[in-house]
Design a protein around this ligand. Structure first.
Ligand code: SF4
Length: 290
C-alpha cells in the first residue's frame, strides 16, 4: 500500500515537473487524478457521455461537451470563447458574456444538427478562430453572413459585449533563498493551495499581502538575510504579487524543516520550480533568467 502511494506520489511529481512553467498547476494534478479515475473506474476507457465526463476530475462543462461531441458524436454544445464570439454576433446579444452564457448555450444548442455534433462543434470553433476573429472579422467569407444580426447592423466589433475588468489586487511578500555552498534550500509546498505539492523556496504566505516588517518572521531560519534590491513581480489569475527576494548563506547541513532539503544549484532547472520561483532563482543568480 505504501509502495502504491509512493508510486502515485512520484507520478504526480512527474506530471507537475512536466507542467512546470505553464501555470494553472491544478491542471497537472487533475490530469493525473483523471487518468487514475479512468483507469480505475472505467477500465481505462474514457466515458462517452457528457454527464459521466463531467464527473472526472478537472473536466468542466466545456471540456465534457467538446469531448462528448467531437470524440463520441454526442449531441452536445461545446461553448468556448470562439463560439461565444460567433453566437453573440450572430444574434446581436447585447448582455455582457458572463450574464449571457445561458442564452449563448441555448442558441448554440438550437443550431445543433441531429447527426454531426462533432463536426458542428469543430466548425463553430474554427469559424470563431479563423473568420469571426476578435478584430476585423472576415464577414465576406462567412457562411453565416446572411443570418448575422451584427453584420446586418455593421456592428460586429460591438460584440461580444465586454465586462469592465476590476483591477487585480496587489500583494506583497518575500521569498527566502538560503545557500549552502553550491546548494539552495527548497521545500515542498502544501498539497492544497498555490503551487500545491510543487518544489519551491520558502516564502511568506503568497496569497495574502504581508507587511515588510513581518517578512522575516517567515524565514526558514535565523541567518544574515539580505534583501535583493528589485522585487520580482508575478501576475496570477486573481492578484499581482511583488515578492522581495532575501538571500543568506549558512554552514548548517541539516535542512530547517521536515519538507525542506538541499537542492544542488546545477539541478535547479530540473526541480520543476514554478515560474515565480524561477524568477527568484534568476534574481539571486542561481539560474539563467527565462
Ligand atoms: S458574418 Fe461576420 S460577424 Fe457575423 S458570424 Fe460571420 S464573421 Fe462573425
Amino acid at each position: 500500500m505504501a509502495d502504491g502511494r509512493g508510486a502515485c506520489r512520484r507520478a504526480v511529481d512527474e506530471a507537475l515537473a512536466a507542467w512546470a512553467g505553464l501555470g494553472y498547476y491544478a491542471r497537472a494534478r487533475n490530469l493525473h487524478a483523471c487518468a487514475v479515475r479512468v483507469a480505475g473506474d472505467h477500465d481505462g476507457r474514457f466515458p462517452d457521455s457528457e454527464e459521466a465526463l463531467l464527473r472526472l476530475p478537472g473536466v468542466g462543462p466545456y471540456t465534457a461537451a467538446a469531448v462528448a461531441a467531437i470524440a463520441f458524436n454526442r449531441p452536445c454544445a461545446a461553448v468556448d470563447g470562439n463560439v461565444e464570439r460567433v453566437m453573440t454576433r450572430l444574434h446581436a446579444i447585447a448582455a455582457p458574456v458572463r450574464a449571457a452564457k445561458p442564452l449563448i448555450r441555448r442558441k448554440t444548442e438550437e443550431m445543433l444538427p441531429a447527426d454531426r455534433a462533432g463536426d458542428y462543434a469543430q466548425a463553430l470553433m474554427d469559424l470563431g478562430a479563423t473568420v469571426c476573429t476578435p478584430r476585423a472579422p472576415a464577414c465576406g467569407a462567412c457562411p453565416l453572413a446572411q443570418d448575422c444580426a451584427a453584420r446586418a447592423a455593421d456592428a460586429a466589433g460591438a460584440y461580444p459585449v465586454k465586462e469592465k475588468k476590476a483591477a487585480k489586487p496587489k500583494r506583497r511578500g518575500a521569498i527566502f533563498i538560503l545557500r549552502r555552498g553550491e546548494a539552495a534550500m527548497v521545500t515542498r509546498r502544501p498539497q492544497k493551495g498555490l503551487f500545491g505539492g510543487m518544489t519551491a523556496f520558502p516564502a511568506t504566505p503568497l496569497t495574502r499581502d504581508t507587511a515588510p516588517e513581518d517578512w522575516l518572521d517567515f524565514a526558514p531560519c535565523a541567518a544574515g538575510w539580505r534583501a535583493l534590491p528589485e522585487p520580482v513581480v508575478h501576475v496570477f489569475t486573481h492578484f499581482a504579487l511583488q515578492a522581495t527576494v532575501f538571500v543568506a548563506r549558512t554552514r548548517r547541513t541539516e535542512p530547517t524543516g521536515p519538507d525542506c532539503r538541499w537542492a544542488a544549484r546545477g539541478n535547479l532547472d530540473k526541480e520543476g520550480l514554478p515560474t515565480l520561483m524561477r524568477k527568484a532563482a534568476a534574481r539571486a543568480g542561481l539560474i539563467e533568467g527565462d
